[in-house]
Design a protein around this ligand. Sequence first.
Ligand SMILES: *Cc1c(COP(=O)(O)O)cnc(C)c1O
Length: 390
Amino acid sequence: MSGFEKDLNTELEQIEARGLVRKIRSLRFLDPVRAIDETGREMVVFSSNNYLGLTHAPEVIAAAQRALMHGTGSGGARLTTGGHFEAAELESKLTAFKHAEAALLFNTGYMANLGVISALAKPNDVIFSDELNHASIIDGCRLSRASVKTYRHSDLEDLKRLLQECSCDGRRFIISDGVFSMDGDIALLPGLVRLAGKYQALLIIDEAHATGVIGREGGGTASHYGLEGRIDLQVGTISKALAAEGGYVVGKRLLIEYLKSKSRPFIFSTALSPASAAAATEALSLLRKNGNSYIEKLRSNSELLRKLLTEAGLPIINGVTPIIPIIVGEAKDTFRLANKIAASGVLVSGIRPPTVPEGQSRLRMTVSAAHTEEQIRYAAGVMARAWQER
Ligand SMILES: *Cc1c(COP(=O)(O)O)cnc(C)c1O
């Protein structure tokens, strides 16, 4: 081993000793919520972001299959090689769905945050960012070299204080997750809109866990609060409820046109495959047609699981979204519990630092509209037993 490899190995051993080592589970999905693991065991999946189960909807699969006939890959970046029409079609569908003026696709939600924040925020600008924002927002802020003021989680007073204290020469940005990915709570959008207006800040909301999850027809955070048209830019992903993979931003036409010319992750990366774009377009059509019934099923499934876990005495973080965190504390205990639960055929995520702060490791369950009542009751039973025996 070279010196460098020895250093890496030492670091890995320390990670392992602290219960922070990461392993990929390889799954073969039978439907949106059942999968076979490496050992041949069938698992009910409560760890996926496939909130509506649309990855397996016959209409979505058929749309992806039709687009596959236009090629398995897109062949290049859209500005250089030309774009597939499926990308443009998805952008116009997203624009309408989000009541925006224009949309732009990125290859992932992660790249959308990097691309939007780094192109718009300049070194003498100031970004006000919620302390629980997603890593891709944090990385986008770093890449922009703007100064970053982090406010306490959903604490509008703290945000207001930072805005007041700031003697900013440049522009101001307020950035928040719409639904927080690890706590499952919803951003206090009315307050954010008010402060953004008062302090002339550009408001960016990350809709990754909100689109297709909350609001009328799954329209997201703005629609949940009846504040459509009041968010300057909504960043999101088509890889969660929208059943494909890729990211997007929607907002004012001028901002979107600027991003097309200035956002490096958009300019220098090969576009999404036509099949991914077509799958998400069809998922949006299904939301337009049946959205309220999907969202209602997702909500009642989430409510049932939250109720059963609470009755069993598990310390869940209260809320209304399908993201249900159960705080364990230590990383090692969390890892052990998640494995024990998996041995009973229920897949939940063990979330550990650096995804969450030290001492706040947790089991994280995500509910899908595709879960049956029987699956939810089974999972709650397994969770209750594992919790009592821990
Ligand atoms: C998942 C997620 C992303 C990243 O989206 P991908 O398409 O998976 O890259 C960005 N922001 C938030 C809040 C997320 O939860």
